[in-house]
Write a protein that binds this ligand. Structure first.
Ligand code: HEM
Length: 490
């Protein structure tokens, strides 16, 4: 006997269901019949309950919050949400690990994704960063090879430290980021206890059409806390997710001080470091950190799948006043993310509530799977009977038209450039890795060396030698300590 409820159970087409627990069957011992449409609906929907997981950053946690501007930036940018001190902008943030699948551990030695969607009044700006100021690569064509080498071995389906180091031995451009990854900062205690970075150089532009290059920093107000490999192994795989949900539910809202580094176009031309090289930082001594706001997370999602899993962040989601830069990695990401979203979620990904802008959206794109969800879902019925082509003769009647005043200033090509594959083999991969190494305490250096040795010991002796040569190029002592740790491990 079914229990009664004020809320009738229905099929997805809204019809009340008489019996949800017994399939229609030809007698007690007979087979099921073809009129089991209710069971077919349940099983068919069940088969489709998963989106393809993100190819990287599959495991993550999300929450909503607020960005409060504390220093107006009108001299640098026309971005509406950066004009008035005290103004607040809603955000959705998703933290993630990179290499593992959805069912991996929150405590992998891995960078952490730090993606922030700002729902501004002139569209969504996505800051799709990491908890590290640099990245393993400066050329995007290497990204799939890099990711393959860091994920599971194709035969054993287990992590493969030998492959990881084989890639790094062949790509010295990874040394700076690899040093961060293997350091004591390689496994954050929680998502609350780490910084976030745009890593890339982005840009601002102002009402005079002047461009400034910008790096974004989100400094945790909870303090940096990390765990060692041994400590991480004892933590529950979902610990960082639990920590975030609990902190927000308990009113202990995590927050970050939002800072920027600014570089003029002239400074960029004269600076001795390529400001668009993602493997390099801009030292704070050269470009100070300027605090411009506070980011706070204060609301958990109601439904993990609908919000966190379907969230789609893209470095190409830009707003007037915020632009990209010639960073080659960023340029590739402008294409890669919307492409991933079309594959993973669908062409109308931005109609889903978590992705939908909070400001009116008017364009001439129509149709596609799942177009035109009802207004209750935050969208507008596929823009109803509105004109669906441009240019048209209905601008006076309110048809959408471009606003030339939000045009980004033209981007200069800064050199006498030839179009061809551009190999950066001669780029300096070692100075900043060495500088970072020298900033570490004795204990941190030893931890770094031990973490490297623990994994590098699985690589061939040839790979080990090439890695030791890279460490030596960064700092002689770096090589000495890793050699010693390797000998102790091997
Ligand atoms: C050429 C280089 C890169 C490529 C091709 C690439 C590609 C991708 C792809 C395809 C996804 C999955 C997107 C989705 O399904 O929603 C992703 C996720 C992500 N990537 Fe990258 N990536 C690159 C470099 C980077 C860098 C340098 C950063 C950080 C500075 C980064 C941060 C992230 C984050 C945070 C996510 C997860 C976003 C979320 O929470 O949904 N990626 N990347």
């Amino acid at each position: 006997m079914e229990k009664t409820s004020k809320c009738p159970l229905t099929t997805t087409n809204g019809a009340p269901i008489a019996n949800d627990q017994a399939s229609i069957s030809a007698g007690e011992r007979g087979s099921l019949t073809f009129d089991n449409w209710r069971m077919f609906e349940k099983l068919a929907h069940f088969n489709r309950e998963r989106l393809p997981e993100r190819v990287v950053h599959a495991r993550g946690s999300g929450a909503y919050g607020t960005f409060t501007l504390t220093k107006e930036m009108s001299s640098h940018t026309i971005a509406k949400f950066l004009q008035c001190e005290g103004s607040k902008t809603d955000v959705f943030v998703r933290f993630s690990t990179v290499g593992g699948g959805q069912d991996s551990s929150d405590y992998a030695r891995d960078p952490r994704g730090f993606a922030v969607k700002f729902y501004t009044e002139e569209g969504n700006w996505d800051m799709v960063g990491n908890n590290t100021p640099v990245f393993f690569l400066r050329d995007p064509i290497k990204f799939p090879d890099f990711v393959h080498s860091q994920k599971k071995n194709p035969a054993t389906n287990t992590p493969d430290p030998a492959a990881m180091f084989e890639f790094w031995a062949n790509n010295p451009q990874s040394l700076h980021q690899m040093t961060i990854l293997m350091s004591d900062r390689g496994i954050p205690l929680s998502y609350r206890h780490m910084h976030g970075f745009s890593s890339h150089t982005l840009s601002f532009w102002n009402h005079k059409g002047e461009r400034t290059w910008v790096k974004w920093h989100f400094k945790t107000n909870q303090g940096i806390k990390n765990v060692t490999n041994t400590e991480a192994a004892k933590l529950p795989p979902f610990g960082a997710q639990q920590d975030l949900v609990d902190a927000i539910n308990n009113g202990d809202f995590p927050s970050w001080s939002v800072k920027v580094q600014l570089m003029t176009e002239v400074e960029a031309r004269e600076y001795n470091i390529n400001p668009f090289d993602l493997t390099k930082v801009w030292p704070h001594a050269d470009f100070e950190l300027i605090e411009i706001g506070q980011l706070e997370l204060n609301r958990n999602v109601d439904n993990y799948f609908a919000e966190t899993e379907q969230a789609a962040f893209s470095p190409g989601n830009l707003v007037p006043g915020i632009g990209a830069s010639p960073d080659k990695m960023l340029q590739a990401r402008l294409m890669a993310y919307p492409d991933a979203h079309r594959y993973r979620v669908g062409a109308n990904v931005n109609q889903l509530p978590v992705n939908s802008p909070r400001c009116p959206v008017h364009h001439y794109q129509r149709d596609g799977a799942m177009a035109g969800m009802p207004p209750a879902f935050g969208t507008d019925n596929n823009q109803g009977g509105g004109v669906n082509f441009y240019p048209n003769d209905r601008i006076n009647e309110g048809a959408p038209a471009p606003r030339p005043e939000v045009a980004e200033p033209a981007m200069p090509v800064e050199e006498d450039a030839w179009i061809k594959p551009y190999d950066t083999i001669d780029e300096d991969n070692f100075t900043q890795a060495g500088a970072l190494y020298r900033l570490m305490s004795d204990e941190q250096k030893n931890q770094l060396a031990e973490n490297i040795a623990e994994a590098l010991v699985h690589a061939t002796s040839d790979v080990q030698e090439r890695m030791l040569a890279q460490f030596a190029a960064a700092d002689a002592d770096y090589r000495v300590r890793v050699s010693r740790a390797l000998a102790a491990t091997g």
